[in-house]
Design a protein around this ligand. Structure first.
Ligand code: K1U
Ligand code: ZN
Length: 174
């Protein structure tokens, strides 16, 4: 298993639209190892989700575990939202935008269809945090980040704050 580097805003590679996965690839050892590495990276961060786009793999899949015990790993390959309803506001974070949290309004309930880790198709109807997380990760696959829901001024403030933090980290390391 391996920890994978996570791309950080404003890296332009995060803006790439991911391509569909050939379902025949899902059960291959290489794909299964990549899923294991993504879970390890997500749990270590720590986070509750990770999209392939964030590790510079521009294919449509993501891993999620919103359980307290970190014992409910979910894999979504080629996810599609079939239905959505209601609204909820959640203060989101993102491993690609470290230390920044902001309120985002999303659908409260969604029905999602995807292939799982075993390559089989499944359908889930979810609400609350899992619904938020699925929508957040699917945005990554479109090249969209939660800071895109902020005003251009706030997004620029985020970019400057992260640049300042990185500069400080670099001078600390020197
Ligand atoms: O996509 C990502 O960068 C992961 C992101 C997922 C997410 C969080 C909150 C709302 C929507 C989507 C994170 O996991 S950020 C870290 C985080 O929220 C968290 C970390 C540890 C425990 C609980 C939450
Ligand atoms: Zn994110």
């Amino acid at each position: 298993m391996a920890l994978l580097p996570i791309l950080e805003f404003p890296d332009p590679r995060l803006r790439t639209k991911a391509a569909p996965v050939d379902p025949a690839q899902i059960t291959t050892p290489a794909f299964q190892t990549l899923l294991d590495d993504m879970f390890e990276t997500m749990y270590e961060a720590p986070g509750i989700g990770l999209a392939a786009s964030q590790i510079d793999v521009h294919q449509r899949f993501m891993v999620i575990d919103v359980s307290e015990e970190k014992d409910h790993p979910l894999v979504f390959v080629n996810p599609e939202i079939l239905a959505k309803s209601g609204e909820q506001v959640y203060q989101e974070g993102c491993l690609s935008v470290p230390t920044i949290f902001a309120d985002v309004t999303r659908a409260n309930e969604i029905t999602v269809q995807a292939h799982g880790r075993d390559g089989q198709r499944f359908e889930l109807h979810v609400d609350g945090l899992l619904a938020v997380c699925i929508q957040h990760e699917m945005d990554h696959l479109e090249g969209k980040l939660f800071v895109d829901y902020l005003s251009p001024l706030k997004r620029e403030m985020v970019r400057k704050k992260l640049a300042k933090q990185r500069k400080l980290q670099q001078s600390d390391a020197a």
